[in-house]
Design a protein around this ligand. Structure first.
Ligand code: NAD
Length: 505
């Protein structure tokens, strides 16, 4: 059950979380948090300045030696408490997430919040499994040991589509491995990242281990990516901004982790279970109003099933209930902002000149007209090289295209710059096996689309970026390995000294 609270009262001191305390931003510029279901302001705060970013980085740097020096068991215990506190705050977190994003409560209550709690519980366990791969004698007279060490201060930048889960994905592997962190949430959705940080403090995670700067991308984001005392930049967001962040971060030679955009194909072979594919496509396209980097966006359907698939999707989309995110019966809330809704509508309006809008393609009128709503939209007849097929729309829009041979279906699925996720639908294990091998994406679902797990890696191929979130694989990004080589002979004159001293060795 969502638990409402007074947002102004909760964040009266400001929307920056520095060394365990809420503070006001010092940029002198204000930012509104708007309920996209009504268009009304629910909170206003002062954005972080570059000086606030410096303060956050200093707090993280000061906290680093103590946190990195804690035993894995101590960090694990703190993360177990963190998971418990997040679980106790589930109702408030679901409220704030639905308020700032317009998510239907059934999504925030059943996906965003429990997913984040589960992530904390997973990394509490995983923290104790960190290890170097081996110790042994790889040359006579020496023992080599591999140490796995944290990197230092991580600067993370997150998007607005899943603010709580993105905070969890960025923060948990980083701190489980002994790093400290400065997280910049998207400026329009800072509330649950701040609550996440407060929960960390309540769980006993030391001040400065997790800091939040709620600031503008160009100012706070770029300053964080460029900061000389930040050892790693971890970014989730669009490919365009990711490229900019990468340029800035590499100028100071930082480790990079980029989780970028997606344009997931949904490939339906002619022996697929049609009902399963239709339901999977509508749910996969509409989850979070389509503002999901792995959402089903391009359905390729083999010719014999094409007509039935299109009419099945159109009929099912018509049953989806748009409404108040806090009404448990609502299936689809608004988009995150009116700006995002207008951007999506722009893609659909332009598509009318080269394709057919079968259903949707408009904002609802009446009670919902004030919100950033957009009807579930199905487009057919678009060419493979059109923008509706190639670019990330990030709204409740599915484009369907036919294909003939299996070769063609797989080739079309691979024919965008992105490679984050995909799905293949067939009753034939050899067909889905081939598709899962040949589709270039970080995740391929077989006869499903969307589910994620704390234990499994999430991350892109191609222009969808590199690095993994969740799972033990994320430790490869958030740690570095060191070779320590011990002489175990005690001899003053080593054999290899001959290469310098010759006979005198
Ligand atoms: P965005 O790229 O506009 O912004 C992401 C973050 O970057 C925000 O915090 C923003 O303030 C910041 N930012 C903007 N300009 C910046 C700059 N010049 N320097 C530093 N930081 C800057 O993305 P968005 O619109 O918030 O989110 C939607 C995008 O995120 C989509 O492309 C989606 O696919 C992607 N996404 C990817 C994943 C993934 O795991 N691959 C997950 C969620 C979202």
């Amino acid at each position: 059950m969502v638990q409402r609270f007074d947002v102004h009262e909760r964040f009266a001191e400001g929307a920056q979380y520095l060394a365990g305390e809420l503070r006001d931003g010092s940029s002198g510029r204000s930012q509104q948090v708007v309920d996209p279901a009504t268009g009304e302001q629910v909170f206003s705060y002062r954005l972080a300045s570059t000086a606030d970013v410096d303060t956050a980085v200093r707090a993280a740097a000061d906290a680093f030696p103590g946190w990195a020096g804690a035993t894995p068991g101590e960090r694990s215990n703190a993360l177990h408490r963190f998971a418990a506190v997040l679980g106790e705050r589930a109702g408030e977190l679901a409220y704030a997430e639905s308020l700032q994003c317009g998510k239907p409560v059934k999504l925030s209550e059943e996906f965003d919040v429990p997913g984040s709690v589960d992530n904390a519980a997973f990394f509490a366990g995983a923290a104790r499994h960190l290890e170097g791969r081996s110790a042994g004698e790889y040359s006579p007279g020496h023992t080599s040991v591999v140490r796995r060490e944290p990197i230092g201060v991580v600067g993370s930048i997150a998007p607005w589509n899943y603010p709580l889960q993105m905070a969890a994905w960025k923060v948990l592997p980083a701190i489980a491995a002994g790093n400290t962190i400065v997280l910049k949430p998207a400026e329009i959705t800072p509330l649950t990242s701040l609550m996440f940080a407060q929960a960390a403090t309540e769980a006993g995670i030391p001040d400065g281990v997790l800091n939040i700067v709620s600031g503008a991308g160009r100012e706070a984001g770029e300053h964080l990516a460029a900061h000389p005392d930040v050892a790693m930049t971890s970014f989730t967001g669009s490919t365009a901004v990711g490229k900019r962040v990468a340029e800035i971060a590499t100028s100071t030679v930082k480790r990079l982790h980029l989780e970028l955009g997606g344009k997931a194909p949904f490939v339906v072979f002619d022996d697929a279970d049609l009902e399963a594919a239709v339901h999977g496509a509508v749910a996969g396209a509409l989850i979070n109003s389509g503002q999901d980097c792995t959402a089903a966006t391009r359905a390729y359907v083999q010719r014999p099933l094409y007509d039935a698939f299109v009419s099945g999707v159109a009929d099912l989309m018509a049953t989806v209930r748009l409404g108040d995110p806090f009404d448990p019966a609502t299936d689809l809330g608004p988009l995150v902002s009116h700006t995002q809704r207008d951007r999506v509508a722009g893609f659909v309006e332009r598509a009318r000149s080269y394709a057919t809008v079968v259903t949707g393609g408009e904002a609802p009128q009446g009670d919902l007209a004030k919100g950033a709503y957009y009807r579930p939209t199905l487009i057919t007849g678009a060419a493979q090289d059109s923008e509706a097929v190639q670019q990330e729309i990030f709204g409740p829009v599915l484009v369907v295209l036919p294909f003939d041979s299996d070769d063609e279906g797989i080739a079309l699925a691979n024919d965008t710059p992105y490679g984050l996720a995909a799905s293949a639908w067939s009753r034939d294990v050899y067909r889905t096996g081939r598709a899962s091998r040949e589709i270039k994406a970080g995740c391929v679902w077989v006869n499903d689309h969307i589910p994620i797990l704390s234990e499994m890696p999430h991350g892109g191929y191609k222009a969808s970026g590199f690095g993994k979130d969740m799972s033990a694989y994320s430790f490869e990004d958030y740690t570095q390995v060191k070779h320590v080589m011990y002489d175990n002979t005690g001899a003053a004159r080593k054999d290899w000294h001959r290469t310098v001293f010759g006979d005198r060795a």
